[in-house]
Design a protein around this ligand. Sequence first.
Ligand SMILES: NC(=O)c1ccc[n+]([C@@H]2O[C@H](COP(=O)([O-])OP(=O)(O)OC[C@H]3O[C@@H](n4cnc5c(N)ncnc54)[C@H](O)[C@@H]3O)[C@@H](O)[C@H]2O)c1
Length: 323
Amino acid sequence: MTWLITGGAGYIGAHVVRETLKSGRNVVILDDMSTGIATRIPDGVTLEEVTLVDKAGVEAVFAKHEITGVLHLAARKQVGESVEKPLYYWDENINGLTHLVGAMKNSGIKNLVFSSSAAVYGEPDIAPDALITEATHCLPINPYGATKLAGEWIAHALSASDDFHVAALRYFNVAGAGSPQLGDQFILNLVPIVFDALTKGNQPRVFGDDYPTPDGSCIRDYVHVQDLAEAHVAAMDYVERPDTTFAAINIGTGRGASVFEVLDMVREVTGLEVTPERIQRRAGDPAALTADVSRAAQLLDWQSKYDLRDIISSAWTAWQQTH
Ligand SMILES: NC(=O)c1ccc[n+]([C@@H]2O[C@H](COP(=O)([O-])OP(=O)(O)OC[C@H]3O[C@@H](n4cnc5c(N)ncnc54)[C@H](O)[C@@H]3O)[C@@H](O)[C@H]2O)c1
């Protein structure tokens, strides 16, 4: 069995590739290397350096390899950039997806695991202490989240029209590292942003301390990237079952952590002084986003194993190796 992993040279992809190999499946990576890092690719794994925007290039990859399923992680993922360049996001994330699933259809491949995101929920109209279920109304508030929701719709339609078996994994806040070489090298999410500030002698900023949460800061569901990688193996098993159609599945821990709790953990793990600067709220930041993870347990027989300390300490070890 050979699985094509798009975005396999990326931060999450590198972890997913390793877990897929451990599960006994072969792997081919399709990646344009725009944000991918070559040293993350394990020895013996083939890289097809192709952009998904190149329809013929994608089709050629399917002609060359006997692929049995696709884990589709490659995407543009920066919310702010998506607001500035919406057409670029629709082109990369949606035209890219149509080329990929078109090639799957032409080759008779039906098993698809799609990287979706909690960004599909936007700012859900639920109480801050309520959990987000997959039935929570989806209303993305930026083009990035819109491309993820539209991607789910395309995959859902193909499950009806062409018998695709689909798991759309709605990742919550991914952080940590499965090994010190595989950390997130971009400074886009809370944990790397805090490390970056502290190691430059600056203090992290907290956007809003007057949210209706116990300590006033925003709450998010931080999931360890190693747990996430293991969820992908469970999702491959799930889509390989003959009775699978389409399921959107939250991937988180089911426990929220506030920004101040994350900063307290960073202080404990790093031993650095952390005295955050409190500034005003940012637009588009909901008070709390915590996953209901019961569907993942039910359909995938998966649940997270790692806690916030594991996430911060593994991320810090990886950060020190690469920065
Ligand atoms: N990191 C998070 O917290 C998070 C949360 C929710 C969802 N996601 C999703 O997870 C996936 C992986 O994210 P990541 O954090 O590993 O990002 P990343 O940027 O590290 O990895 C993305 C990979 O895809 C490749 N790629 C991007 N566009 C491509 C294209 N058009 N054609 C071919 N290759 C392309 C890049 O070179 C890179 O190797 C994305 O779909 C992202 O939207 C990430």
